[in-house]
Design a protein around this ligand. Structure first.
Ligand code: GAL
Length: 421
């Protein structure tokens, strides 16, 4: 079983020392210095997190202003297209958000578009604060290429406790139970599962969770590395379960974004939704309180795995504001900054030497699970596979949502796997 390594607790010293930096020691910058930050953090929760970074960075460096070039569209569906064009045309932003793992390594680093940051990693002694699993996601041929900032968990079920209590329903622990519970809710006239498909990826997001449950760790790894044909029984049974689940979703899913689907659970328009921990950031920014306004459990609870999603910041080659970009990386790596920023995002801090006892309940549980459960890299959020595979998977599964043609979809999935994995 792949486990998450614990890091030497030099952290207490670093954590205490770091408090000596902010807000007392404001560093002057030359007037009119700028820095462009490119991301897709525009939804409620993630936007608050990004703004927290920008505001505090500007406070810390008076005279330096940040251009926030965030482009809407969860999971970066639109932003990734734009940044690709900009970098290819020689107009890169100074810093951009990119998922750690295959998305970073097999496209950006392998293509030679990014600056190695190994010298900065050494100077800032980041190696001591980040666990091996996370460091591996930003390394290539022994060089570091990005700074990890969040750890999100993909596999969580968010549900409305009142609906479950009122109808005396048991919280589902597996996809099979989820389908059974959905049937009961539907018979009661309640929309069981809030779904959004406006940006396509939430379908792949649910699919990969079912796939892991069906395939198990060994097969899942073989599938994502292209060592096993996608035309196999586990993929087939996952599609069947996905089809069954689709019977219980809101009809207007194609008009909604992930945060609009998350909102449906709080307003009792639906009983549940499956989403990554950024939904927790959304609820937090909306002033909804865990265990009061909503509940959440890792899903499927029985399978005991942690679907890993990592956000990082990377620097393209030949950027305009090199010094300022390095200042940003140093700034966001600070324990107290990463602590507050990730709390707004609904995520865990990517560096380990940060106190987690004051985190919200689900994050405390995720912190424990991260070290004790099987880590499963997310396909949809780039940890496991390259962007070209992800976007093709999104297309195929969204078609499946309407065709329900299992055999044709299996064939197509196998084709894209053979082409892109
Ligand atoms: C993920 C990303 C999260 C959050 C989410 C929804 O891919 O890692 O930070 O932005 O998409 O947009």
């Amino acid at each position: 079983m792949i486990k998450f390594e614990t890091v030497i607790p030099v952290f207490l010293i670093i954590f205490i020392l770091s408090f000596m930096f902010i807000p007392g020691s404001v560093i002057e910058a030359e007037d009119n210095e700028q820095l462009e930050i490119f991301s897709w953090w525009t939804a409620t929760g993630e936007a608050e997190g990004l703004n927290y970074l920008i505001e505090n960075f500007e406070l810390n460096y008076p005279g330096l202003s940040v251009i926030n070039s965030a482009i809407h569209g969860g999971a970066g569906v639109n932003a990734k297209e734009v940044v690709k064009i900009r970098i290819l045309q020689g107009d890169p932003p100074d810093i951009f958000q990119v998922h750690g793992g295959s998305e970073l390594q097999d496209t950006w680093i392998a293509g030679g578009y990014l600056q190695p940051l190994t010298a900065l990693w050494e100077e800032e002694r980041w190696k001591e604060s980040y666990p091996e699993t996370i460091k591996d996601m930003v390394k290539y041929n022994d060089e570091f290429y990005a700074l990890p900032v969040t750890i999100h968990r993909s596999n969580r079920l968010w549900y409305n406790k009142d609906i479950f209590e009122k109808h005396d329903l048991v919280i589902p622990e597996s996809t099979e139970e989820l389908i059974d519970t959905s049937k009961k809710l539907s018979d009661l006239g309640i929309i069981p599962l809030a779904l959004s498909s406006q940006n396509k990826w939430p379908i792949s997001h649910i699919f990969e969770i079912i796939l892991f449950e069906e395939a198990g760790q060994e097969k899942y790894y073989k599938l994502i590395s292209g060592k096993l044909s996608w035309e196999n029984d586990s993929v087939k049974s996952s599609l069947k379960k996905l089809e069954d689940l689709f019977k219980y979703v809101n009809e207007d899913h194609a008009a909604l974004t992930w945060s609009e689907a998350a909102e449906m659970v709080l307003t009792e328009k639906a009983a549940m939704t499956i989403m990554g921990t950024w939904a927790g950031g959304y609820y937090y920014s909306r002033d909804y309180v865990e265990n009061k306004d909503y509940e959440t459990i890792p899903f499927p609870g029985e399978a005991e795995f942690f679907g890993l999603v990592i956000d990082t910041f990377a620097l393209p080659e030949d950027i305009t504001n090199q010094i300022e970009a390095e200042k940003w990386l140093k700034f966001v790596s600070k324990p107290e900054i990463q602590h507050d920023f990730t709390s707004l995002m609904g995520a865990l801090p990517a560096r380990m030497n940060i106190s987690h006892h004051d985190l919200r309940p689900y994050l405390q549980q995720d912190r424990i699970d991260l070290e004790n459960q099987t880590i499963i890299p997310s396909i949809t959020h780039g940890t496991a596979t390259r962007e070209v595979f992800i976007s093709s998977l999104n297309d195929e599964l969204n078609q499946f949502l309407y065709t329900n043609d299992i055999n044709a979809t299996l064939e197509r999935l196998n084709e894209i796997a053979e082409l892109f994995l």
